[in-house]
Ligand binder design. Structure first.
Ligand code: ADP
Ligand code: MG
Length: 724
């Protein structure tokens, strides 16, 4: 074993680590949703009339009546206390991708000094955390700090347990005193409502009379890395920034393709099973687990749920992944690019829309009639991605995701839609105005009923596409692994709502002009594909040809960095989109730009500071010590008549000098704060600070390959990726 003392100690700790005590496996029946106040638990614990009223409220996404709330609160408290909870928390989702919670006790002190437990409908339904410490992007000044949380009845309350107790958690929206959304849940609920309204318009124009509420669904595939905590504790970059800012590649990376779907290491499997047990208790339907492409990388995918619940569950899943890793002596990294030179992590957001009466509206089905309905919804998605591609790009724009998008392992930053060959062909026929070559009458006579019945996607996949149709849903693959899925879902539902309204307007006017329904549909679809077909692309999204063609011939945007993408939120057409559909007011949208831009700048500044401190206090001293050892050795050998030569000395000294020169430049760069606009500050981060950080890293990583291993201060890639 080589390595400096701290690294050797870390490896010793891992070797001597005691395995987690084995737990007897529990049955799915006893685990499933045992920590959730589900509808069936409400049914058990509430008077019949009250239960009916709550159920109706949930189904219609309405407000809970206060008298009903009191009864629900009491039942919820009794249930939670029976599970050991003494506290409750309103859980909300501020604009930071994190989850926030404010805890209060059920305890109420009486005048005689005794205590009782208390939990009224009012405190269940509404809370008032001091909102001043959450980013608000200028919506409020600190002296107007009031923020309100309100229970989202469509997302069930649950219990979070620690070794020492339990807390009742109530999912809530978070709004300012003036009613503006300060969170990610409020716009998601609004976007879903807008999509529901627009989808119903289209469905009723198609002749449906019984139309249940249309909801969006989401199934998110989560990638993550696991690294032993002993290593992470010796890496300030992993601790504070979640990614390695230094580190030469290990001799072996992912080139053998031997990790993907390989046997899961036992320690990791024990961890995964622990995670899954907790997820089941929380009613989160974990379904798939496997190794990912990079060494030390894994994936978990729950079964899909309604987008709102799936979003809350996704936040919980990230919390459970992180917290459980700690118990197992591991650290779960959700950063998009923890290690240079091997794959990063994303979150594929599978998304569809549907309802109880018409089913999944993005399912091609098997009958011609439902095909046309499907084609309209699919066409609406195509139009949305084309018109609002830059907005979709902005919805996944973070400092960390910039390392992934366009880096030839994840989708490019150019937003395009992959349909698969069958659908490509159908839309091509639509564009030609003829459905199949075998029909010889005119388009009008052919009627839409002759559309070929196509089977579900045969399973051909295009991993290079950011937005792919995968059989009965779309999969948005550009989402970052550490991101909340709320923003992407808000965007998808909003652009679909806009497109469905457009479709409804077109159908409506064509029908009013006397067209029959089939013709109106076909012509509307033709308009879509003729105007927006440029966004459909089935080839290799990584290729240089596509990057050129997409921009030069098809007019698609290639917004390479978050600094390029976030200003899209300030564009007039984006403001109008969100405002018209009632998803975000102009003030709310502007605040989001401010917050996301600030987070981008802060993230890069923190990293730059870490680069400075690690290079100066860790790498520089190690290199100097090596140089001094080496020059002593050279001199003493010389006095014994042996010539070692001083080439290595010169080479290492030169690398060190270059590193320190760049460090000086980086230091100057981060001290600059006089930027006329936020946009310019972001561009400076992207185009000046980041390249300087990369340059420091190049010198440092070269030094790592030159100096004595026993002097190197930080755990290496080989250690972090291969020792568990
Ligand atoms: P992949 O082949 O892309 O790795 P996975 O099976 O890992 O697929 O994940 C697919 C995800 O898509 C799962 O979460 C699944 O539940 C989800 N999904 C399936 N149907 C729908 C749907 N109609 N709406 C949303 N998500 C869906
Ligand atoms: Mg997938």
């Amino acid at each position: 074993m080589t390595g400096n003392a701290a690294r050797v100690q870390a490896i010793q700790n891992i070797i001597n680590r005691k395995p987690m005590p084995a737990k007897a496996p529990e049955s799915l029946d006893s685990l499933w949703a045992s920590d959730v106040f589900t509808l069936s638990k409400m049914k058990e614990n509430l008077p019949k009339e009250i239960f009916k009223s709550v159920k109706k409220t949930i189904e219609a996404s309405e407000q809970l009546d206060v008298s009903v709330a009191d009864v629900v609160a009491l039942a919820m408290k009794d249930w939670a206390m029976s599970k050991g909870a003494l506290y409750y928390a309103h859980v909300f989702y501020p604009l930071t991708n994190a989850t926030a919670e404010k805890h209060d006790g059920f305890i109420s002190v009486q005048s005689d000094g005794s205590v009782i437990s208390e939990f009224s409908g009012k405190v269940l339904v509404q809370g008032e955390p001091d909102g001043s410490s959450f980013p608000n992007g200028g919506i409020r000044s600190t002296f107007e700090a009031r923020g309100y949380t309100a229970w989202d009845v469509t997302s069930p309350a649950f219990i979070m347990t620690t070794d020492n107790g339990a807390t009742l958690c109530i999912p809530t929206v978070f709004v300012s005193w003036t009613g503006e959304a300060l969170d990610k849940k409020t716009p998601l609920l609004r976007a879903n409502a807008a999509m529901n309204k627009a989808a119903k318009r289209v469905l009723s124009l198609l002749g449906h009379t019984d139309i249940a509420p249309v909801n969006s669904s989401c199934g998110a595939e989560q990638e993550y890395f696991l690294v032993d905590a002993n290593f992470v504790n010796n890496r300030p970059d992993l601790l504070l920034a979640g990614r390695t800012l230094f580190g030469a590649p290990a001799a072996k990376g992912q080139q053998f393709d031997d990790h993907y779907f390989g046997a899961i290491p036992e320690r990791v499997q024990v961890y995964m099973q622990d995670v899954e047990e907790q997820l089941y208790r929380l009613g989160i339907p974990a379904k798939t687990r496997h190794n990912e492409v990079a060494p030390g990388q894994f994936e978990i995918a729950p079964f899909f749920e309604s987008a709102n619940v799936a979003t809350d569950h996704q936040q919980l899943l990230m919390t459970v992944l992180r917290n459980t890793a700690k118990k197992h002596g591991l650290v779960c990294l959700l950063h998009e690019k923890p290690f240079k030179g091997i794959n990063g992590s994303g979150k594929h957001v599978n998304w569809s829309v549907g309802n109880a009466t018409q089913g999944n509206l993005l399912d091609p089905g098997t009958t011609p009639h439902s095909n046309t309905q499907f084609l309209l919804f699919c066409g609406a998605v195509i139009r949305g991605v084309h018109r609002y591609g830059p907005l979709l790009r902005a919805a996944v724009a973070t400092a960390s995701n910039d390392h992934r998008l366009g880096a030839n392992e994840a989708p490019p930053a150019i937003m395009s839609v992959y349909l698969g060959s069958q659908l490509d062909n159908v839309f091509e026929q639509i564009s030609n105005g003829k459905i199949t070559g075998s029909l010889n009458a005119g388009v009008m006579d052919l009627g839409i009923n002759t559309l070929p019945v196509f089977n579900r996607d045969a399973g051909d996949r295009n991993r290079t596409s950011p937005f792919a149709f995968t059989g009965n849903r779309f999969e948005f693959r550009a989402v970052g692994s550490g991101q909340s899925v709320a923003g992407p879902l808000v965007t998808m539902n909003t652009i679909l709502a806009d497109s469905l309204n457009w479709v409804a307007d077109r159908l409506d006017s064509k029908l009013k002009q006397g067209a029959d329904l089939d013709t109106a549909i076909l012509n509307t679809l033709k308009e879509i594909i003729d105007q927006h077909g440029a966004v459909v692309f089935g080839g290799n999204g990584y290729s240089a040809e596509w990057h050129k063609m997409a921009v030069e011939e098809r007019g698609l945007a290639n917004l390479k960095t978050a600094a390029d993408a976030l200003p899209v939120l300030k564009e007039a057409y984006v403001e109008e989109l969100f405002d018209t559909l009632g998803v975000l007011s102009p003030v709310e949208l502007a605040s989001r730009f401010e917050i996301y831009a600030e987070q981008y700048i802060l993230a890069i500044e923190v990293e730059a500071k870490l680069v400075l401190s690690m290079a100066k206090t860790g790498i520089y001293p190690a290199a100097v010590k090596y140089l001094s050892d080496l020059s002593c050795a050279i001199n003493s050998l010389k006095s014994n008549g042996i010539e070692l030569g001083n080439e290595r000395l010169v080479q290492v000294a030169a690398l060190l000098a270059s590193m320190m020169e760049t460090i000086a430049k980086l230091g100057t760069a981060i001290s600059r704060h006089d930027f006329p606009t936020t946009e310019e500050h972001m561009q400076f981060c992207a185009n000046t600070i980041r390249p300087l950080m990369d340059e420091v890293r190049r010198y440092a990583d070269s030094l790592e390959g030159e100096i004595a291993d026993e002097l190197w201060p930080y755990p290496t890639y080989q250690e972090m990726l291969f020792i568990k």
